[in-house]
Design a protein around this ligand. Sequence first.
Ligand SMILES: Nc1ncnc2c1ncn2[C@@H]1O[C@H](COP(=O)(O)OP(=O)(O)O)[C@@H](O)[C@H]1O
Ligand SMILES: Cc1ncc(COP(=O)(O)O)c(C=O)c1O
Length: 157
Amino acid sequence: MEKAPCTSPEDLLPVYREKVVPVADTITLNQFEAELLTRRKIHSQEEVLEVMDKLYSMGPDMVVITSSDLLSLRGTDYLMALGSQRTRTPDGSTVTQRIPREMHKVDATFIGTGDSFAAMLLAWMHKHPNNLKVACEKTLSATHHVLQRTRLHNTGC
Ligand SMILES: Nc1ncnc2c1ncn2[C@@H]1O[C@H](COP(=O)(O)OP(=O)(O)O)[C@@H](O)[C@H]1O
Ligand SMILES: Cc1ncc(COP(=O)(O)O)c(C=O)c1O
């Protein structure tokens, strides 16, 4: 999970908030990025849902928090990802599907996992256009295999 300092200049934040997010159908971001965009800190599972609601109010219909280290009920060896999709019913109300998944932390630091996650999610959403659950699960599984193999390649264990 990316932490400060940001890889993007902070003065681009208003551009993301005001120009980019409102025209996005889907956003994938980690906990830190979600906090920056919404100007809210996440300390609990309730707060992550509030932040996701705020992100929905900014425009997208699909929000995927790629990782959070606070929220796993299984302890500090786990990361949580949370896929979520909002659909409008014919009567005008909204229904939100949430897909929380926990994954075992791989003991290494990786760069580019967020980008590769987003690319794989796009590919799996194309294959499973009506099934975010399957798309998220396949993305997480493939990501985990890539990271384990990367670690094995670099450390031999
Ligand atoms: N140390 C790790 N152990 C296990 N999975 C990881 C680890 N780092 C990243 N991932 C996986 O990569 C995905 C994207 O990584 P994340 O850290 O959220 O993105 P970013 O690179 O944008 O900070 C996560 O959903 C998770 O599946
Ligand atoms: C300078 C820099 N570092 C790291 C990354 C990778 O980011 P992430 O780990 O969030 O995929 C990027 C992605 O474009 C980058 O430009």
